[in-house]
Write a new protein. Structure first.
Lengths: 365, 365
């Protein structure tokens, strides 16, 4: 049979069938996997190519016997956050190109919802799970272990969990925060606020208490706080607990706390924000106090967006590689499903500080 | 047995079991439906209450025999759009409170993806589907009919489709656009740009050609265009095709087109934007031309956000009831599943024009 023209060895792959049929890999995968929509004309071409290459007799049979459903499950903390929406887009684009559909569940930062979502994905027989988990410690990961026990591979995205030896795709949170705060220090600032810290009700008095609180909360937030402290340490600026917001992470609370920091006897002249809502909350505070940025307050925050660029003055922001985070997580999940050796490592992607016009030297007071 | 204390008639409901057990309705539904996570202690209380009220013998058995999976499927055009993220939140909140999980698929405005997503949801045996469809005509709805043929109810959200006699939950697009343009006209404007119109490559020369193009494209976009034209008609302002952007709906194209309109011999003095990316694109154009708003260009757009409120000056924007849109769609889908008579109607929710500071009288030229 003519199946081995130009091929070296091994059974034909989906990509080879796709090339032979002159269709995309996803179309070939859908047809051969027997799921999803493919037009009758394309389906016929793919099946003809598969028969010609001898694909049908092995790979399709294998796919059917392993019961791969060609669906990935994604659990994110909040699909309403443009960051997670971008990550999901990256996952969808990559998984689609490799013939997998993606279903998404959002837990709105509620661990009970995350447990329920994991059970839904197990129940729906997904081939793997990518999760940005709200779990923070050993005691909160039983649902993830359950998925693993059922043979469903899990990849963490955005948030690492120390208690689990799993692949994780994250950004360099600590370095990104340190770099931003260094820019503020280089401009001459020494009173630099941090919004937001851990969501504890009792205000930590010492650096030690603060770090202890951070390590009981979200990994990303803790890393960003450590980067802020790193930059202060390097510049020999003493830590001042009054300059770190703690408590509920809402735009309203950010406004209140930034107003408070702007009214301190030795007020802040710069601010580092770890999330978009913290940035908009801070901008409200600046307006409320009838101040302007960057004259009265220099400002750098996560995450860059079209809005940050059209602000007047435009904001210096940290851009996360959101699409890449998702794409990489999908790759790390799919490669072993398609035969690659699984590895369990931390994949760290780099952010980019987009310098615009929200940083200036402090005003003489 | 003590099952009918205080009850009037009929078998006990999930809500009654929940009340008896002292737990939330969702917890009771999860326990009795045998899906999702419930802590052992709560599960025991629910089962005890169910037995006490005589629930177990009827409703649970019915649920098991009908094979209800207690999962809703949601298909949205783009989960990266904060509007859809808000709608999904509304769907999740309502369905969760009623004991249903929600899985989401995003099609990124690609009809082939939408067809595939529908097949995934059928395959995953969801109990119903809520869809913001990219389909525009009779020829593009076969996948939705397939779901209906399989006995899966479908509710449209955000986008109505004339060819389908289904429940649809939408906003008053036409009136919202008319009201916004009326505000611009009342401020004295007569040269009012519209971004964006239908994504056609050939620029329509007449109002008739424009409306024909609109009716072959997204329903929401067409309705907003009609509202713009309504307001012009009421004020006897002649339609000028040069003031309507057509072509690809991207921020970059919006910037180019607004720059073009600002450079016309009789330039625009006001602008109505139908989406967030059109607003940020327009703001880039204003800056690029070294102009400022509202002095040189008055501006109203869809959709309101935290960013729009912290712009300087803050933007007058149309706020959509995003959470309510999702909540209502979930209700309309779930009510018949729980025994209500299904109706097939258009549920129209109202937007709110949030007046801020981006509208001023035109400058004398």
């Amino acid at each position: 049979m003519p199946a081995d023209r130009g091929r070296t060895s091994g059974p034909p792959t989906i990509s080879e069938v796709a090339a032979e049929a002159g269709v995309g890999r996803a179309t070939a995968a859908r047809t051969l996997g027997g799921y999803g929509y493919v037009s009758p004309e394309l389906k016929e071409r793919v099946l003809a190519a598969a028969e010609k290459l001898g694909y049908r007799a092995n790979a399709l049979a294998r796919s059917m016997s392993t019961g791969v459903s060609h669906t990935l499950g994604v659990i994110v903390a909040d699909i309403g956050n443009p960051f997670f929406a971008g990550v999901v887009r990256g996952i969808c684009d990559t998984s689609r190109a490799r013939g997998f559909d993606t279903i998404v569940l959002s837990t709105y930062e509620n661990l009970d919802e995350e447990v329920a979502a994991t059970n839904v994905l197990i129940d729906k027989r997904v081939d793997g799970v990518i999760i940005a988990s709200a779990a923070v410690g050993r005691g909160e990961v039983a649902h993830i272990r359950t998925a693993l026990d059922r043979g469903i591979p899990v990849v963490l995205v955005d948030r690492a969990i120390g208690a689990l030896d799993l692949d994780a795709v994250v950004i360099n949170n600590r370095d990104a925060a340190r770099e931003a705060v260094e820019v503020l220090i280089a401009a001459g600032h020494r009173r630099i606020g941090f919004v937001w810290g851990p969501p504890v009700t009792k205000v930590p008095r010492t650096r030690r208490e603060l770090l202890a609180a951070a390590s009981r909360n979200l990994w990303t937030d803790g890393e960003r706080l450590r980067g802020y402290l790193d930059a202060l340490d390097d510049a020999h600026i003493p830590f001042d607990p009054e300059l770190v917001m703690v408590g509920p992470k809402t735009e309203e609370r950010a406004t209140e706390e930034v107003v408070r920091m702007l009214r301190l006897p030795r007020r802040i002249t710069a601010l580092f924000c770890t999330e978009t809502d913290a940035v908009t909350g801070a901008l409200r505070a600046v307006r409320q106090e009838k101040l302007s940025y960057p004259r009265d307050l220099s400002l750098i925050g996560f995450d860059d967006s079209a809005w940050a660029a059209v602000m007047d003055p435009p904001l210096t922001m940290i851009e996360q590689p959101v699409h890449q985070l998702g794409a990489k997580a999908a790759e790390v999940l799919l490669d072993p499903l398609e035969g690659a050796e699984p590895r369990r490592e931390m994949h760290t992607l780099r952010t980019r500080l987009v310098l615009r016009s929200s940083v200036a030297p402090p005003q003489p007071s």
